[in-house]
Design a protein around this ligand. Structure first.
Ligand SMILES: [Fe+2]
Length: 227
């Protein structure tokens, strides 16, 4: 009798443990190959330039959806053991589009910082390269903004570095990323409507004008020269 009770108890413990483990896996997605980067700021910290609502949708829904698609598509393939950058370099079709959007948004969200914490102008080697290649920091911002406002439809405008350390600005439709051209992305401006429509409606130009307040050039400096 004691043996039967002991077996029943062990069986109950086993089922309970499995159920709890399954629930935890489901809640935290611990088996996912790729995960969203943790944001180093609160959801409301970029206000008034980027609202909490925009961030909750853009990071929490759009970025998460691209990530979920990638995790579903790489499962059981050689890509689940590769860095995201390699997937963007090597893949095509739907996997490329979703992987590039994950990478693009990782770069984008980690470039932002609350206005009081952000470094508003680059220094050092990056500042020197900007002056050399664009004439001035302001002239570079004008070029980036002009390309971002004139890009037709959805896409990204990038400040990138080539293999010689020169800076280039490029406009990419949809999910385009500079690494597909052998360039290192330094700063990406998301001009998909989902990036600005909640806060700025159809005024893309104003959304870009306001974005400068929350771009942290310290992060961009750290990316420069890492080629
Ligand atoms: Fe986006």
């Amino acid at each position: 009798m004691i043996t039967i009770l002991l077996l029943l108890k062990l069986l109950f413990m086993s089922v309970s443990t499995t159920t709890v483990a399954a629930a935890m896996t489901s809640a935290t997605d611990t088996t996912a190959v790729f995960k969203l980067p943790e944001l180093p700021y609160e959801m409301s910290a970029l206000e008034p330039y980027m609202s909490e609502e925009t961030l909750r949708y853009h990071y929490g829904k759009h970025h998460q959806a691209y990530l979920n698609n990638v995790n579903r598509m790489v499962a059981g393939t050689r890509y689940e053991r590769e860095p995201l950058e390699e997937i963007v370099r090597e893949s095509d079709g739907a996997l490329l589009n979703n992987a590039a959007q994950v990478l693009n948004h990782n770069i984008y969200f980690l470039t932002l910082a609350p206005e009081v914490a952000a470094k508003h102008e680059p220094e050092g080697a990056l500042a020197a390269a900007i002056k050399r290649d664009f004439g001035s920091f302001d002239a570079m911002k004008v070029q980036l903004a002009k390309m971002a406002t004139s890009l037709f439809g959805s896409g990204w405008v990038w400040l990138a570095e080539n293999k010689n350390g020169n800076l280039v600005i490029l406009s990419e439709s949809n999910a385009g990323n500079p690494i597909r051209h052998g360039l290192t992305p330094l700063l990406g401006i998301d001009v998909w409507e989902h990036a600005y429509y909640i806060d700025y409606r159809n005024d893309r130009a104003r959304s870009i004008d306001q974005l400068w307040n929350i771009i942290d050039w310290r992060v961009v400096e750290e990316r420069y020269g890492k080629r």
